[in-house]
Design a protein around this ligand. Structure first.
Ligand code: HEC
Length: 99
């Protein structure tokens, strides 16, 4: 019984942590929605982020951030995110369907 209670406690403690990460990532990705569409499904001519290649996304974001990739908007926007946050967003957008 003690083992069971321990497992249950571990599950209860683990669940909010997972939800937190998801919420953080969703909030990060939501800041892109104004221009790139909800969940990266752009309808206004801005690049579609849904279903991107994660590695390519990270490369582009880091390029914007360092100024190596010239941009009108994204060089400013990308500077607001840490490399870790860029990775989280890359995984998030890569997992979104383009349909
Ligand atoms: C104010 C509008 C705006 C917002 C907000 C915005 N973007 Fe962009 N994004 C652009 C524009 C415009 C481009 C084209 C490059 C440029 O001129 O800056 C672009 C290009 C990109 C590209 C390159 C796509 C490609 O295939 O060339 C990526 C990746 C990207 N944005 C990611 C993001 C992410 C991630 C966010 C949220 C953290 C975000 N953008 C928020 C306007 C925006």
């Amino acid at each position: 019984m003690k083992v069971f209670a321990g497992t249950l406690l571990a599950l209860l403690l683990a669940t909010p942590a997972v939800a937190d990460v998801d919420k953080t990532t969703r909030s990060l990705a939501a800041t892109c929605a104004a221009c790139h569409g909800t969940n990266g499904k752009s309808v206004g001519g801005t690049a579609v982020l849904a279903g991107v290649d994660k590695a390519e996304f990270i490369k582009q974001m880091k390029g914007f951030k360092s100024g190596q990739v010239k941009a009108t908007v994204m060089h400013q926007h990308s500077k607001g995110y840490t490399d870790e946050e860029i990775e989280l967003m890359g995984a998030y957008f890569a997992a979104q369907s383009r349909e």
